[in-house]
Design a protein around this ligand. Structure first.
Ligand code: NAD
Length: 481
């Protein structure tokens, strides 16, 4: 079986300890490769390489850095099908999704930041006729980039691309549950022309490799995407050395549907938004609120459509629902479904770990897409992030009521809002406490917009100029005229 090695100082290397962890294929429940079990020694070597590479990379002309990242994008695109298959095997997501969403977006991330850096501007401020201020934005140094398993290469590249584009060097830490495509990326770095030490990738358990990175004295920038509890741990560890932090955390996103909306469009998007990637997207709309007049018929139609979703082997081309990431996660999702029943919820469809989808997937981690109604808004199932194929539907009558429902959670990542009433759309968009509000759409992404969460969904913003600013240090120079 393949060994997923660290990528340090331009070389694929074994972990210092020599030990590897099983890497499980979620659709089969069996180990299919090994991933390096990294530790402090590996992190120290990677950081030392990044420190050595920084002085040269940080003054490499932007155009040259841009060309290198464009080449990397091209190399991934040349192997799109290999990457898509690897992502599907590693995560259990349908191969169609990996082929049309995950890998194309990773390529786009590199292209976007490779060209954005050529247009990056900094500010100047004329103080009457007395002085001229101008702001330099220089790369900060060594960044650590920690990413989750749900959109592995998509989110890893979302951090690597801007960090390197502006001239930082970096240590990437992909999730131990889905490390394969980051490993495949490391195999392309030399051919793309990334100098040794500029991008290093250390694999292994978050609880071991994570603190070694977030407490490291030579790392001054931490960009993290993952769970809220992990984000809190990172903030605690990174605080004492004043590292610059961006935390992209969990969500419990409301999808608010008024009776005057285009209900066909709302229905189609609500299904995608609840069940994309088996509900394992931070932006998934896991709480649907429907205005009373449209509620009953919406629920009936929604349930009928959800029953048609094809759950199957992620490698089958027509599969729409694949496996969940791990046995533990599958069991956690099933516990929430039990809790929904205990709290008086009605399971309208799904609710079980299905019978084997085929012989190959006999021991895979599958859960049926599940729709729950009749739950109180403030119960745990409606307030906590489940991160699986479970959606609740709740009726409402007034704007005030639905705004209070939407905001009744610690999270504040995104929301969708469906109405044909323009002023109502603006009014409510302003009142829902989330970093992103989609009106009459979901997941319509423009890579230039600020992306991130409020409340326990995170600190800071990624995307476009926000990312370029995050990964640079502003210095104001004031010249008296
Ligand atoms: P996780 O927090 O368990 O792990 C994320 C990464 O952090 C992994 O690489 C892991 O190895 C590492 N890690 C674990 N413990 C660490 C520690 N103590 N210090 C440093 N790093 C550590 O999250 P997950 O289960 O991989 O991902 C699912 C979560 O990610 C969900 O909550 C989801 O909402 C969130 N997410 C958020 C966004 C967003 O943009 N806001 C996007 C995708 C996923």
């Amino acid at each position: 079986m393949q060994h997923i090695k660290h990528f340090i100082d331009g070389e694929l290397v074994d972990p210092a300890s020599g030990s590897y962890l099983d890497n499980i294929e979620p659709a089969t429940g069996a180990a299919y490769s090994f991933v390096a079990d990294g530790d402090t020694e590996d992190v120290d070597r990677a950081v030392a390489a990044a420190v050595r590479a920084f002085p040269t990379w940080s003054v490499t002309p932007a155009e040259e850095r841009s060309q290198i990242l464009l080449k990397l994008a091209q190399l991934i695109e040349n192997r799109l099908e290999d990457f898509a298959r690897a992502e599907s095997v590693d995560t259990g997501k349908p191969i169609a999704a990996a082929r049309t969403i995950d890998i194309p977006r990773a390529i786009k991330n590199f292209r976007f930041f490779a060209t954005a850096i050529l247009h990056f501007q900094s500010e100047s401020h004329a103080t009457d006729h007395v002085a001229l201020n101008y702001t330099l934005r220089r790369p900060r140094g060594v960044a650590c980039l920690i990413s989750p398993w749900n959109l592995p290469l998509y989110l890893f590249s979302w951090k690597v691309a801007p960090a390197l584009a502006v001239g930082n060097t970096a240590i990437g830490k992909p999730s131990e549950l889905a490390p394969m495509t980051a490993f495949m990326l490391s195999e392309l770095c030399e051919e793309a022309g990334i100098p040794p030490g500029v991008l290093n990738i250390v694999h292994g358990l978050g609880r071991k490799v994570g603190p070694a990175l977030t407490e490291h004295p030579d790392i001054n920038t931490v960009s993290f995407t993952g769970g809220t509890a992990t984000g809190a741990d990172i903030a605690r560890r990174a605080g004492p050395t004043f590292k610059k932090l961006a935390l992209e955390l969990g969500g419990k996103n409301p999808n608010v549907i008024f009776a005057d909306a285009d209900l066909d469009a709302a229905l189609e998007a609500a299904i995608r938004s609840a069940f994309s990637n088996q509900g394992q997207v931070c932006l998934c709309g896991s709480r649907i609120f429907v205005e009373g007049a449209a509620y009953e018929s919406f629920v009936d139609r929604f349930v009928a459509e959800v029953r048609k979703l094809r759950l199957g082997d992620p490698l089958a081309p027509d599969t729409q629902q694949g496996a969940l990431i791990s046995r533990e996660h599958r069991d956690k999702v099933l516990r929430y479904i039990e809790l929904a029943s205990d709290d008086g919820g009605t399971i309208r469809c799904g609710g079980r770990a299905p019978n084997p989808v085929n012989d190959r997937c006999r021991d895979g981690f599958f859960v049926e897409p599940t729709v729950v109604t009749d739950l109180p808004v403030d119960c745990r199932v409606n307030r906590e992030e489940i991160f699986g194929p479970v959606v609740t539907i709740t009726p409402f009558e007034t704007e005030d009521e639905v705004v209070s429902y939407a905001n009744d959670t610690d999270y504040g990542l995104s929301a969708s809002l469906w109405t044909e009433n323009l002023s109502r759309a603006h009014r409510i968009a302003d009142r829902i406490a989330c970093g992103t509000i989609w009106v009459n759409c979901w997941m319509l992404r423009d890579l230039r917009v600020p992306f991130g969460g409020m409340k326990h969904s995170g600190v800071g913003r990624e995307g476009g100029e926000e990312a370029l600013r995050f990964f640079t240090e502003p210095k104001n120079i004031c010249v008296k005229l």
